[in-house]
Ligand binder design. Structure first.
Ligand code: AMP
Length: 360
């Protein structure tokens, strides 16, 4: 069986590595011949919007999935003309638009920060008056790793931001003085089986994920169950197939949903060594119609991203016997994720976080 993956980044690479032992081969579609996934799967280089490229990509595939969400949903429809595509296009459309995302959460009774859309400078002024300051103004689409967003404190800040972001549709959100940031990964199979991973604590610096800890420290009882219930509700509503990630702000034990990603997620990399079945393997199992694997943790884990500097595996491995280094084979560049490492232990007390996981 060969599955197609739109995008050939490190997420695709880790998907391919999980797929192979299941007897599933992968073919990637990416605009770059240097795509990290090329080391472990077939690579078609080209523009997915080009029908000839799409036809070449889908030839002989059983299905198509994706490992990033910033591409036109029309491309999913183009692929769907040939083979099934999972997760479904509605999930992609929701995941790539912050307004749809927040509206879905609110519809399902999931708490979110106060939000208002702003498609013009006048609407931005009105939204600011309604939400109050400080607030966070984000582009509705194409935002990732903290790009396309800024904290706004005054109407002058907002005017400058409107000009800087180029007049694109925005979402204004209340600034959340969170205690911690947490995320949950869930998976739903073709047959409708749902499983969720344990809640993890995430630390972002400059909008980029630096550290994930499992289990999430300092989270009051019941919060994890709430997150699992929210995940199940979203998976069911979207008739989802595959892995989904939802990020939350935790404010003194109350969860506010921030965003979702309709794909395997950086805050789930710890599952490769830290869970019985990794998010990558479970994504492959889900889309291929196989039974899902155990999402339980083997112990405690800390995942650290390696950003903007070369991955020196020999040095990183000195951090301890149970350290696992992942080098994505990418050229280092400021702010670029080039690898990660995961430290596993039997108990959380054996792991010393690099970043403080909970605000003092
Ligand atoms: P996002 O792209 O929405 O995941 O935002 C990136 C990071 O910016 C988040 O992980 C938070 O650390 C921070 N952030 C985003 N939105 C808010 C908000 N409404 N209040 C406080 N911090 C935020």
């Amino acid at each position: 069986m060969i599955i197609g993956v739109l995008g050939g980044g490190q997420l695709g690479r880790m998907l391919a590595m999980a797929a192979l032992p299941l007897g599933v081969r992968t073919r990637f579609l990416d605009t770059s011949p240097e795509a990290p996934a090329a080391a472990v799967g077939e690579l078609v280089v080209g523009d997915a919007a080009d029908p000839a490229v799409m036809a070449r990509f889908v030839r002989g595939l059983s299905l198509v999935t994706y490992e990033f969400e910033n591409f036109s949903a029309d491309i999913v429809e183009a692929a769907q003309a040939h083979v099934p595509v999972y997760p479904p296009a509605t999930a992609l459309r929701t995941g790539q638009d912050r307004l749809r995302e927040k509206t879905l959460f609110a519809d399902l009774g999931i708490n979110v920060p106060a939000f208002a859309p702003a498609d013009s400078e006048e609407e931005l002024t009105r939204a600011l008056a309604r939400i109050g300051t400080p607030c966070v103004v984000k582009t509705r689409r194409m935002g990732y790793d903290g790009k396309g967003q800024a904290v706004v404190r005054t109407p002058e800040d907002a005017r400058a931001l409107w000009a800087r972001l180029g007049g694109v549709p925005l979402l204004v959100e209340a600034f959340v003085p969170f205690t911690s940031e947490v995320s949950i990964i869930g998976v739903r199979s073709l047959q409708g089986e749902v499983r969720t991973y344990p809640l993890v604590n995430n630390v972002h610096v400059g909008g980029i994920l630096r550290q994930s800890l499992c289990p999430a420290p300092g989270v009051p009882a019941g919060v994890e169950e709430t997150a699992r219930a929210h995940m199940s509700a979203v998976l069911e509503r979207l008739e989802y197939v595959g892995v989904l990630a939802i990020e939350f702000f935790e404010v003194s034990g109350r969860l506010l949903a921030n965003e979702m990603a309709p794909r395997v997620h950086n805050s789930g990399h710890w599952t490769i060594e830290g869970a019985h079945t990794s998010q990558f393997e479970n994504h492959v199992r889900a889309v291929c119609g196989m039974p899902l694997g155990d999402t339980g943790a083997r112990g405690a884990s800390m995942m650290l991203n390696i950003i903007g500097e070369p991955v020196d595996a020999a040095r990183r491995l000195q951090m301890g016997a149970r350290v696992h280094v992942h080098d994505y084979g990418k050229e280092p560049r400021a702010g670029r994720k080039v690898g990660h490492l995961t430290i596993v232990a039997d108990t959380p007390g054996e792991i010393e976080p690099v970043y403080a996981p909970v605000r003092g």
